[in-house]
Design a protein around this ligand. Structure first.
Ligand SMILES: Nc1ncnc2c1ncn2[C@@H]1O[C@H](COP(=O)(O)OP(=O)(O)OP(=O)(O)O)[C@@H](O)[C@H]1O
Ligand SMILES: [Mg+2]
Length: 292
């Protein structure tokens, strides 16, 4: 397609999104890679410039595991949730807020945007309570695992986001919640993104991950589902097609859709500018979860 046509094709999409809010969740794998991280940040800054209030929620799984391994702590993840003892919680907080969050904020700045780092603790943006034990099946045997300092979101107060976003800042949210006693709890970033999208009345929730979308066979890109309803997503979970880190992602999309978010998308953050392609062209990429 001619360059001018690409720009013209974007016009109705830009019109439709102007003045609305979008939550972008950026997975740990997608940001470990410097190049894909920079591409995502450029897209987000561009979105903000064309009048889309963009809120970034980030993960950091691989970076947390890397630092844990360096410190001699063995990472353990069940169904996409990290088992978090006290030392792990310290590492999670250090890496997510101190390292990944500030890096994203500074990258936004270097592309001309205004980033601001927030976590659940800031203005009590989101609070959580301990999730407790989780039933898992290991080699056909059911076991109960104590997840430790893993939180389940209890409340979201989006005032802090409104305050900064209305002034043109791009909030960069680290998925660390605060509990009643002021302790830090580790919350899956997909869940945080979903709850925030609902609470601010976001039009879209974009999950940027390290695969093209939800696939019947993750080894075979041809088996990608371009769209699905919440009901179908539940069926795929029961069948065991959706597993591991894809579970909290799909769950959050389903909750968001049921909570009023128009469309949710799971897309590959490692593909250059997949965010812009999904939002501003006729060509849909990834998996869209939406009401039937
Ligand atoms: N049906 C499926 N289709 C595609 N991927 C799947 C499926 N089932 C499970 N997965 C796994 O889900 C993973 C994505 O979730 P994961 O939690 O690892 O990444 P993320 O959420 O982007 O990063 P982070 O957890 O660091 O924020 C994929 O890499 C893939 O291995
Ligand atoms: Mg994940």
């Amino acid at each position: 397609m001619k360059r001018e046509n690409i720009l013209v094709e974007a016009l109705p999409y830009i019109r439709n999104l102007h003045g609305s809010k979008i939550v972008v969740k950026c997975g740990g794998h997608a940001i470990v890679n410097e190049e894909s991280m920079e591409n995502i940040i450029k897209d987000i800054v561009l979105l903000r410039y064309i009048g889309v209030e963009t809120i970034l929620v980030h993960g950091g799984g691989p970076e947390i595991s890397r630092v844990m391994n360096e410190l001699g702590i063995k990472p353990q993840i069940v169904d996409g949730l990290r088992v978090t003892d006290e030392r792990t919680m310290e590492v999670v907080r250090m890496v997510l807020i101190g390292n990944v969050g500030t890096e994203l904020v500074s990258k936004i700045g270097s592309y001309g945007g205004k980033g601001i780092g927030l976590s659940g603790k800031d203005g009590r943006l989101f609070t959580a309570k301990k999730k407790g034990k989780k039933k898992v099946v290991v080699e056909d045997v059911e076991k109960e695992i104590d997840l430790g300092y893993v939180g389940e979101i209890e409340s979201v107060d989006p005032e802090m986001i409104d305050v900064v976003s209305s002034k043109g800042y791009i909030p960069v949210i680290s998925p660390i919640a605060v509990d009643e006693e002021g302790r830090s709890l580790n919350v899956n970033a997909d869940t945080v993104a979903g709850e925030i999208a609902i609470s601010i009345g976001a039009k879209k929730l974009m999950m940027m991950t390290n695969v093209d979308g939800v696939m019947r066979d993750p080894e075979d890109k041809e088996t990608i589902f371009s769209k699905m309803t919440p009901e179908y997503a539940e069926d795929l979970k029961k069948e065991g097609v959706i597993e591991g880190g894809m579970i909290p992602k799909v769950d959050s999309c389903v909750r968001a859709v049921e909570g009023g978010v128009e469309k949710t998308h799971i897309i590959n953050g490692e593909k250059p500018h997949s965010l812009l392609l999904e939002l501003f062209t006729d060509e849909g990429v990834g998996t869209m979860i939406h009401k039937g």
